[in-house]
Design a protein around this ligand. Structure first.
Ligand SMILES: [Zn+2]
Length: 315
């Protein structure tokens, strides 16, 4: 065989081998997922997708997430060693929206019907819901997470969430983690102590979203204000619910190093942001990312955001 011919043969064989492993199908497509076009000879499967709005990109092989790009990293990073793959879903309202609400409000509101389809899909696809406290304990090697763990978080303590989401979660044997603002309890549109206590007795988890939903990075609030506000939220929650986990959900997703330091002094061991990401890194628990669920989205979009795999009219 001539030298030139041999070189081409080797090149083609190499391409076939790489193709079988899905290597050259890793191609980021903004807002879309590209699924490997050939059957996986070795069961390997490469998909890259981008959640355009939040800059998240995940890379999966088979069902396993192997890398992700977050809004902060800007480039695809390998699964950090010692990190856990736990998508923490972020919801705000579970309600039907009227025609008069604005775009932002629509985006923050998932209808009970769509929420139910998301829960059905997660349940049928083997996801197991866990609490934030269990995720924290898993990072400390004090708890073993089930297969396909997932967390449902609900910010702000809206009344509709306690009326609509709690029964649906319970029906699916899922638990929810509610980031509540005790200073707002009883106000129009917000939950009450009674509903919070009831949800807790059904196995739901309550965590602090501060006492008054202040922006911890605003110059208006000095360190003493921050400390007292965080402490008060915990003492109120503790007195009604027993000891609540020391997990803080930052209002507006805003945090600074100073704010984090105060939160740690108050006793918080984990802080949740609004940045996109699915890896829980034990070396940066105070800036744990989440996966936003959009109100205007469809079940297909929800599955794509979670798995990186584009859906075609899931029913
Ligand atoms: Zn909030």
């Amino acid at each position: 065989m001539a030298y030139r011919q041999k070189k081409w043969t080797i090149f083609i064989i190499a391409l076939l081998v790489l193709g079988a492993f899905g290597v050259f199908h890793f191609r980021p497509v903004h807002g879309n997922a590209l699924v490997r076009p050939f059957g996986g000879l070795f069961g390997f499967h490469g998909v890259v997708s981008a959640d355009g709005e939040y800059g998240g990109t995940i890379v999966t092989i088979g069902n396993k997430l192997v890398a992700e790009r977050t809004a902060q990293t800007k480039s695809v990073t390998q699964v950090p060693s010692g990190s856990l793959h736990v998508p923490i879903l972020m919801y705000h309202h579970i309600a039907d929206v009227g025609l008069e609400v604005d775009r932002l409000q629509k985006d923050l509101t998932v209808s009970p019907e769509v929420f139910q389809t998301e829960l059905d899909w997660l349940s049928q696809n083997g996801y197991h819901s866990v609490t934030l406290e269990q995720v924290y304990l898993a990072t400390q090697k004090q708890f073993e997470l089930p297969a396909k763990p997932i967390v449902f978080t609900f910010d702000d303590g809206y009344l509709d969430v306690f009326i609509n989401a709690v029964p649906l979660l319970a029906k699916h044997h899922f638990v929810g983690s509610f980031a509540v603002v005790p200073g707002f309890f009883g106000q129009s549109g917000y939950t009450t102590w009674e509903l919070v206590e009831q949800a807790k007795s059904q196995g739901m988890e309550m965590v602090s979203h501060t006492e008054t939903h202040f922006d911890g990075t605003s110059k208006k609030f000095d360190s003493e204000f921050i400390r007292q506000n965080l402490e008060q939220s915990l003492s109120e929650l503790d007195s009604h619910l027993g000891h609540v986990p020391r997990i803080l959900v930052y209002p507006y997703g805003h945090f600074s190093n100073e704010y984090i330091n105060i939160a740690k002094q108050v006793g918080f061991v984990m802080g949740l942001t609004t940045a996109y990401g699915q890896f829980i890194r034990s070396d940066s628990l105070m800036t744990t990312p989440r996966v936003r669920v959009h109100g205007a989205g469809t079940l297909d979009k929800f599955i794509e955001t979670l798995t990186g795999i584009k859906q075609f009219n899931t029913k």
